[in-house]
Design a protein around this ligand. Structure first.
Ligand code: GCU
Length: 707
């Protein structure tokens, strides 16, 4: 028996010995999956993730010894208001491109154990201060050698900590991309999958007085069953991208709670509280509103409440927030809470009972102040400043949950928020593990932000192609989200069906044929085209409360359509087509039979900042502006329109964008360049919003006057 097989056996014995797991359960359908216990479901999904061919160098797989998403504890609310020690700063790192750090025969049990080798011992890893990365921060924008790196990096931080005897200690992450294995003092204590949601680990029994060693394996590679998949039009920055801290609580503590006005009456404050500790009382104090309420929690530490209250309402005009204090046993947390109601009434969105038009913009989580991911208060403040310059009252935070600083800054500034998770384009909609992951990540997202008055919309997907599997997946996800938080509106960004875009394109083509004088015979055959009406009939529209719709008339449609038409001998150029499209699209109608609010969640055009042309050059600032002006006309033809969030606030990195002359791996649809310079269309939209705002104010005055 050779040494490798001996080690392999040793490895397997060790794994089974440590965790005693039996043959992981398997399934071949949703139904079979539903029959499995929660623990079997987690095991089956972890098995799905770790199945990969091994190399002779693999002698064990420490990572596989613990199911995915295990070792985590219920998310603690409002950690920014709790006693905590930040672990941000410089961390040592090792690049592990072959993902061997927790498998290789010369890794002696794995990098996570953080061993020091004796001079006589062969150990093929060692951290050093030579290689360090800033946390929070993505690795791609910190090291030129890591600019496009997708793979595994091991992070290490040693820290001193002395827990107080009567305290619990939690390791809190506001988010890290993508899969993380967390080792504390040489033990694999938890694993988490999901690049944008917060999670925490109760480390009370793992942390020791004095020096501690924290090692985290971060794998930024996704997989076909993952969320997101590998294919998305943004940069999946890898690493410990957000704040990490050690949070202390008393042994009995308030874990999480939900508090808001009930949407129907708007005169009752309601919610629940979850404590970890014995049954007892939680007291809610809102001094500025003269409120002091005692809530009973049961043996599971859970209690619900609803009581009458007269409070100042949070709104974009008046983002007023109350200091809300919760006390339980010796624990106390305080948070700034805005009270508001959010509902729909037919095709209207009602904020505090009044119809509101959402003047928005979409944005990615990229910093305006530095390269890479935004991750701190100054990034958030910089973003809010530009949003305010744009006169928005609404922002779509795409396509994933953004960091806590951004939500806090938006709420303090009175900016309403659309929040989503990267269920984007084609996903493994027929895979129960993907659905389970989507539900878990939504629960995590809601657990962090459920008390944020600014968030009015949870979006369950973006531009997902219609299919039975997709419809079922999203219907199940919508039910889950409603069961976790039924107080907000559910939406999704649908996108134009091919035939709808073709009918618009055909009209434009006919218009060109009639006018460019080069299609003699053909012209006579073509009647005058009637304006196109796009009817939103995606079955997902039935499930959501608010229908989001992405359309790129003026940008993508022209490119595709011109090529198709030239193939059928229509003598026209893309330039002629685009010019005609800018006219024709003004007449396009967008309707639905759903009697629900419609948000045009994306429209736009690319432009290289500083590139000017009065000849309709498509990468010019002038062309981008023209597309916006035509879109504003189109918006008048949408009876159920309740808001817009054009694509996109700032140019952002994307591996999709290969035009080195104008894009250079940047998506150029931003209204602000990557250096923060406003393009022409920024002012076009800002002026449009200012006019809308003034109209709203005068109408509300009239409404106010007429009331
Ligand atoms: C899509 C998509 C975005 C993408 C944009 C674009 O609609 O939702 O993620 O960046 O179009 O093509 O620029």
């Amino acid at each position: 028996m050779n040494q490798t097989s001996l080690l392999k056996i040793m490895g397997i014995i060790m794994t089974v010995g440590l965790f005693g797991c039996s043959e992981p359960a398997s399934f071949s359908s949703h139904e079979e999956f539903a029959m499995l216990s929660a623990q079997q479901q987690v095991q089956a999904c972890s098995q799905q993730q770790t199945d990969r061919e091994s190399t002779p160098f693999v002698s064990f797989d420490l990572g596989a010894s613990r199911p995915a998403n295990s070792g985590l504890s219920g998310l603690i609310a409002d950690v920014q208001h709790r006693k905590s020690v930040s672990l941000n700063g410089q961390w040592q790192y090792l690049i592990d491109q072959l993902d061997m750090g927790d498998k290789g025969i010369t890794m002696q049990g794995g990098v996570g154990l953080g061993q020091q080798a004796l001079p006589t011992e062969l150990l093929e890893y060692a951290f050093s201060d030579a290689a360090r990365l800033m946390v929070p921060g993505d690795w791609n924008s910190q090291q030129p050698s890591l600019e496009w790196y997708r793979g595994v990096i091991w992070y290490k931080k040693s820290f001193n900590f002395n827990a107080q005897p009567n305290e619990k200690t939690f390791l809190y992450f506001d988010g890290a991309y993508l899969k993380k294995d967390v080792y504390l003092n040489g033990e694999l204590i938890a694993r988490h999958d999901g690049g944008f949601t917060a999670f925490n680990i109760d480390v009370s029994s793992y942390i020791k007085p004095g020096e501690n060693s924290l090692i985290i394996k971060v794998d930024s590679r996704s997989d076909p069953a993952g969320i997101p998949t590998e294919y998305n039009d943004w940069m999946n920055y890898g690493g410990l991208t957000r704040d990490i801290s050690l949070v202390s609580t008393p042994q009995s503590y308030i874990q999480n709670y939900k508090i808001q006005l009930d949407n129907d009456s708007g005169s009752n404050i309601q919610g629940w509280v979850q404590v970890q500790g014995d049954a007892g009382e939680v007291v809610i104090n809102i001094e500025q509103a003269g409120i002091a309420q005692t809530i009973q929690v049961n043996d599971e530490g859970y209690g619900e409440f609803s009581f009458a209250a007269k409070v100042k309402l949070w709104s974009p005009q008046q983002p007023y927030r109350y200091e809300v204090k919760l006390s339980y046993a010796s624990d106390q947390i305080t948070s700034n809470i805005g009270f508001r109601t959010i509902q729909t009434q037919g095709a209207k969105i009602l904020l505090n009972g009044q119809a509101i038009f959402l003047r928005g913009i979409s944005m990615h989580e990229e910093s305006l102040l530095k390269a890479g991911r935004a991750n701190d208060q100054s990034d958030a403040q910089a973003a809010v400043k530009v949003l305010k310059d744009l006169n928005v009252n609404f922002v779509r935070l795409a396509h994933y949950q953004h960091n806590q600083h951004m939500i806090e800054a938006a709420e303090a500034a009175g900016i309403l928020v659309w929040a989503e998770l990267p269920i984007y384009h084609s996903m493994a909609f027929d895979n129960p593990c993907t659905l389970a992951s989507a539900k878990r990540q939504f629960s995590e997202m809601i657990a962090r932000d459920q008390n944020r008055a600014a968030i009015i919309l949870w979006s369950i997907s973006n531009e997902t192609p219609v299919s039975e599997a997709r419809n079922q997946f999203l219907a199940s996800l919508a039910n889950h989200v409603r069961s976790v938080d039924g107080s907000r509106l559910i939406t999704s960004a649908l996108f134009g069906r091919r035939d709808e875009m073709e009918s618009v394109a055909e009209n434009v083509g006919k218009r060109v044929l009639k006018t460019n004088g080069r299609n003699g015979k053909l012209v006579t055959l073509v009647p005058n085209p009637d304006p196109v009406t796009i009817v939103l009939d995606d079955p997902l529209g039935e499930i959501v409360d608010v229908v989001g719709y992405n359309q790129y008339l003026g940008w993508y449609v022209s490119a595709v359509a011109t090529r198709v038409m030239r193939e059928s001998d229509w003598d026209l150029t893309e330039d002629e087509f685009r010019t005609a499209m800018l006219l024709e699209m003004k007449k396009v109608k967008i309707e639905s039979h759903l009697n629900k609010p419609i948000i045009i969640s994306e429209f736009g055009a690319g432009a290289k900042q500083g590139f000017n042309s009065d000849k309709g050059h498509i990468w010019s600032e002038q062309f981008q502006k023209e597309v916006y002006l035509s879109q504003f006309e189109l918006l008048k033809n949408i009876p159920d329109l309740a808001g817009i969030s054009p694509w996109v606030l700032k140019d952002f990195r994307s591996p999709y964008r290969l035009n080195s002359q104008f894009q250079n791996y940047w998506n150029r649809k931003g209204l602000v360049s990557e250096e923060g310079i406003k393009k022409m269309a920024f002012h076009t939209l800002a002026n449009y919003y200012r006019a809308l705002e003034n109209k709203d104010v005068s109408e509300n005055k009239q409404i106010g006057a007429s009331r």
